[in-house]
Design a binder for this molecule. Structure first.
Ligand SMILES: O=C(O)c1ccccc1NCC(=O)[C@H](O)[C@H](O)COP(=O)(O)O
Length: 213
């Protein structure tokens, strides 16, 4: 996965992550439809939250070319490490206000580190806190609420950044055309109702996301 500037990133095949999965049927649908990454939410208290006993067998269904991602928010390093190890995921996505020390402590574990942040006008640089991938999200992650990614509203970072927040089959192609991200991430937009994925919507999302030249 090379690509150190925005134009290179836009020419690479679009990376697509489907987040918040809880069932084998949904995992299989995402993998078969060509997802590059599957996310399991370990941030507590939400409708998509899983524990390692549920997530591990799901992660084990995922072939090696698809990245398994544990999603966390404001949890201590020891908790992130324990949950990610127990579930057997290969990447860790942090949604809280974790600082560089958090990333540095997790680095030796070998996970791909994803920093999720909301875009407040000031561009965030990839790697600023020691992450491998940068995810630009809405202020309320997993809410399905979009943010203003229209042309001129923000400066897209260079390199491997992922657009998230309120994406769905009907807007993802426009979002990709406008912002030229390295990847996209969706959760609510592929759900029949909050916390319940719809395999048909997963397939349609992947098709729409990849329809942009
Ligand atoms: O989904 C959750 O419940 C969640 C809770 C805490 C932190 C992150 C969470 N989700 C992250 C995601 O699902 C995605 O990375 C992203 O926010 C896109 O969400 P959506 O707008 O629902 O497509």
């Amino acid at each position: 996965m090379n690509g150190s500037n925005a134009s290179e990133a836009s020419r690479a095949p679009l990376f697509v992550k489907i987040c918040g999965l809880r069932t084998a049927e949904d995992v299989d649908a995402a993998v078969e439809a060509g997802a590059d990454a599957i996310g399991f939410v370990f941030a507590p208290g939400g409708p998509r939250t899983v524990d390692p006993a549920l997530a591990r067998p799901l992660a084990e269904r995922v072939p090696g070319h698809v990245l398994t991602v544990g999603v966390f928010r404001g949890q201590p390093v020891a908790e992130v490490r324990a949950l990610a190890r127990a579930a057997g995921v290969r990447a860790v996505q942090l949604h809280g206000d974790e600082g560089p020390a958090h990333y540095a402590e997790l680095r030796p574990d070998g996970w791909t580190l994803i920093r999720a942040t909301s875009c407040h006008g000031e561009p965030s640089a990839l790697g600023e806190l020691g992450e491998d991938l940068l995810l630009l999200d809405a202020p309320a992650p997993g809410s399905g609420e979009p943010w203003d990614w229209s042309a001129g509203s923000f400066t897209p970072p260079a390199g491997r950044w992922i657009l998230a927040g309120g994406l769905h089959t009907g807007n993802v192609a426009d979002a990709v055309r406008t912002t030229r991200p390295w990847g996209v991430d969706v959760s609510s937009g592929v759900e029949a109702r909050r916390g319940v994925k719809d395999p048909r919507l997963i397939r349609e999302f992947l098709r729409a996301a990849r329809s942009v030249e």
